[in-house]
Design a protein around this ligand. Sequence first.
Ligand code: FPP
Length: 231
Amino acid sequence: MNSYIPKHVAIMMDGNGRWGKARGLTRSEGHFAGAQTMQKIIDASMELDIKILTLYAFSSENWTRPKEEVNYLMKLPVKFFNKKLPEFMKRNIKILISGNISALPRPTKKAVSKAVEETKNNDGIIVNFAFNYGGRDDILQAIRKIIENVQNKRIELNNVNEELVQHFLYTKGLPDPELIIRTGGEKRVSNFLLWQSSKSEFYFSDFYFPDFNKELLSEAIIEFQKRTSNL
Ligand code: FPP
């Protein structure tokens, strides 16, 4: 077995709602616990020397959830970044956002944009939040931009290739994730990184995300190493 650490790991942080419910708490309280775990997983990723961590924090489908829950999920990044930004600066963490941020409520948009702007020169771990992200939306918005560029004659149709598409995706500049982890027991792709996952290894954990931890992350990486040793 090799000891290669995947450079880019993406996590579908599923099971917050069920975690809350199982404890007689609200779904939002489950998300709060999820945000705390998220911090621990960022720490663990730094310790394990993962270079890029993508976290699925809000999908383009999540808008159909109860209004109260959506409002809470929109407020979480405001609270989270206000509190954590100085520490992210100190620890050289670079924040990126993949998703349609133009559709976010103003305070949410402001908080995430500020986090991206302030950390843009950091060159430690990249924590990329997939926020208001959908894989189909990602591909569609890239198609629209490419067509616009072809129509304006800035790009020739013959030059539209995989590399060019990559350049227009929300994840522009990031290598594809080598390992995608989904917590919470479901085994679906749920519109996450559809283009980018063409060669990714998938790992499914039955633990609800708030119960996920460094040890479980390491187990996923060991499984990844076992699978990729034979390649
Ligand atoms: C899926 O669990 C999880 C989410 C929709 C939200 C995940 C968000 C966080 C962990 C915190 C985000 C914080 C910041 C600062 C970006 P679910 O609600 O679908 O759980 P269920 O499957 O049990 O219903």
